[in-house]
Ligand binder design. Structure first.
Ligand SMILES: NC(=O)c1ccc[n+]([C@@H]2O[C@H](COP(=O)([O-])OP(=O)(O)OC[C@H]3O[C@@H](n4cnc5c(N)ncnc54)[C@H](OP(=O)(O)O)[C@@H]3O)[C@@H](O)[C@H]2O)c1
Length: 262
């Protein structure tokens, strides 16, 4: 056992972290570590914020649980990713917009061979989305719609007409979560970030493809009946993760865990 907080140093002497330092802390595994690419070369990281009592939204949105530092890390994680994978319900509830190019990441992204912004990939079976949203109508890079081959053909057509690119990952009406990272990696999108919600994150975790979890713990209690960060059928055996890092600001803990591969 060891004490992480309070540390021996006076809080006022805590150094301010630069963007470069935060980006270094959250660096993805190198291309060498990821392997030769193709379907096996994906790294899927989840990023979620939860209250002390485990709620992942308040009034249907995650913003009331967040903080300035949390949003900063959120932005850094996006700045490092090739693709942001998100469930359709989060798009509908949070009015998701397209990723915005940020000057601070321009050189780093260009040097890594990345587009100016991460691609947003919306996972959906029903494809009942508002195609006039800026997410589909005005992205810097075309938004992806990830679904199963059995998805309704007219909805697939509507998505394409709106400018989205449709990625099939699975033969049924729904996408096979185990195949989603590979389908994206096959398009060169290997540094993957999922921003949830709990239904999608639960599916990735249950399928054994969630490599890393960045969990922000907000020093707030909400009560209510909001879900926790994952939902779905439980695993028969809980999966272990190792603690890779903890940052703190204003009582928020920014934790990073990596799945222990058996
Ligand atoms: N605290 C946080 O960090 C955080 C992060 C994200 C979201 N949230 C909150 O979470 C809530 C939404 O979460 P949620 O669990 O209800 O929804 P979700 O995970 O965002 O999305 C669920 C939807 O994704 C699609 N989907 C999921 N798995 C699929 C699969 N295998 N194949 C095809 N489609 C699939 C389905 O879309 P269709 O219905 O279109 O078929 C499903 O209804 C919101 O209130 C949001 O604010 C919080």
């Amino acid at each position: 056992m060891r004490r992480l907080f309070p540390s021996r140093a006076a809080p006022s002497s805590a150094p301010q972290w630069s963007l470069e330092e935060i980006a270094g802390e959250y660096a993805y595994p190198s291309p060498e570590e990821l392997g030769d690419g193709g379907e096996e070369g994906a790294w899927l990281r989840g990023n979620m914020v939860a209250s002390l009592d485990g709620a992942i939204h308040h009034g249907g949105r995650s913003r009331p649980l967040s903080s300035e530092a949390d949003m900063w890390i959120f932005g850094v994680l996006r700045g490092l990713a090739d693709v942001v994978v998100v469930g359709a319900e989060t798009v509908r509830q949070e009015g998701y917009g397209p990723a915005r190019a940020r000057e601070a990441f321009a050189d780093r992204r260009a040097a890594s061979g990345q587009a100016p912004v991460p691609v947003i990939a919306v996972v959906t079976a029903r494809l009942e989305l508002d195609w006039s949203l800026p997410l589909f109508a005005e992205p810097v890079v075309p938004t992806l719609v990830v679904t199963g081959e059995g998805a309704p053909a007219d909805r697939v057509e509507a998505a394409r007409r709106a400018g989205a690119e449709v990625v099939f990952a699975g033969e049924g009406a729904v996408a096979d979560p185990a195949r989603v990272p590979g389908a994206l990696a096959a398009r060169g999108l290997r540094r993957q970030l999922t921003e949830g919600g709990p239904t999608l994150l639960g599916q990735f975790a249950a399928a054994g493809v969630l490599d890393e979890l960045c969990l922000s713990l907000a020093p707030r209690i909400t009560v209510g009946d909001a879900p926790r960060i994952t939902r779905g059928a439980g695993l028969s055996v809980p999966e272990d993760f190792s603690l890779e890092g903890v940052l703190e600001e204003a009582g928020f803990l920014f934790t990073r865990y990596r799945r222990i591969r058996q």
